[in-house]
Design a protein around this ligand. Sequence first.
Ligand SMILES: Nc1ncnc2c1ncn2[C@@H]1O[C@H](COP(=O)(O)OP(=O)(O)O)[C@@H](O)[C@H]1O
Ligand SMILES: [Mg+2]
Length: 411
Amino acid sequence: MLSEVRFEGVHKIFGTETAVEDLNLTVNAGEFLVLVGPSGCGKTTTLRMLAGLERPSYGRILIGDRLVNNVSPRFRDVAMVFQSYALYPHMNVYDNLAFGMRARGAAGGLIAQQVKETAAVLGLGHLMKRRPSELSGGQRQRVALGRALIRQPQVFLMDEPLSNLDAGLRVQMRAELSRLHERFRVTTLYVTHDQVEAMTMGDRIAVMNSGRLQQVDAPETLYDNPANTFVAGFIGSPRMNFVPGRLTTAQGATAVEFLGVKAPLSSRAKLTADAAEGEVMVGLRPEDLMWRRAAAPESTLTISAEVDVVEPMGHEAYVTAVCAGETVTSRFPPRSGVRTRERIELALNPARLHLFDAHSGTTILQRPAAGGAELPRSVGEARIDEPAEGRSERHRQPQSRGMQSRTEEIS
Ligand SMILES: Nc1ncnc2c1ncn2[C@@H]1O[C@H](COP(=O)(O)OP(=O)(O)O)[C@@H](O)[C@H]1O
Ligand SMILES: [Mg+2]
């Protein structure tokens, strides 16, 4: 059965510190939702409240239609995978996988069959006799996943499960987790501080900062239409550039002045009701600030700058340059040959500008989505729309798996 998960007005206060503040968030049934944010923003606390390891100070948590605030962890039917994989060191892989089912008194034949199936899904078939100390980090993490998977929970909770792995393995496991989710479609709340993990794995991403949910959206929407400067700066690497600007209106035409240029606002872009003439914060993604010589025709604005640092990445280079007293980073083609202190011209597509309120940091620009449709607004909403049609490949119905029983203590 697929269950949605709902946080309604959830707060968690530790002493004088509010770890989670008024969280309203729905994880749709069968969805893989990534909760991302910097260290200390309240991600683990959120997961622990859903698992039942921490009690909310206020608010309601629902799994399906069931209010679980007072339900003990073992009866919530959730499985949690942690950063440090909890395996029994003295047991081999088979016994680690079988442990939960044995503890619940499942029949021997059923255990053997499900351990075999789970091991096959995770590519552990040939390692059944090994102990955790005889496995690589990736293999151990796979066993930990297997222990969660074999329980057939209604909800998976994962707390930075890949952060102990080296970079190559992390990329591989990312893909593997996505594949597993494709196959079983268990509602998953996945926590990470890594925005790349969030972007690559999430059906949707919930961005959190200082205990507060900032925005919940599909990865592309989040990237193209960040709700505020925090989200804009957190998602994307290199980081979005922020420079001060001025919003002006003359004869009904709105423009933004920044870095010594004046950019007309695209007729398709709409300013929010809060937008007012005067000071604004302008956001420019490094890939939207190109070398004039490599720029596309839509990049109609030209900014003159002096190169400060060139960082070659191989397939591209990050060039940090100073313009009108502001330092900005742009993405250059490889082997451009530009050097520190050289004067260069940067080109900018005015349709790619981001505008934020100079004081609150909230976006004041509503750009149309890629297909031209209006954007779904989901900031601060309790309910979020079903994921967009375009991602339907990732939303097939789950296959029936024919396994039962599900009341093990969270491990
Ligand atoms: N048991 C606790 N007692 C007191 N403060 C806590 C406790 N657990 C977490 N916190 C505080 O709550 C905030 C959020 O922590 P956490 O949820 O672990 O963040 P994250 O997982 O995003 O790094 C932090 O400031 C942390 O110090
Ligand atoms: Mg944490």
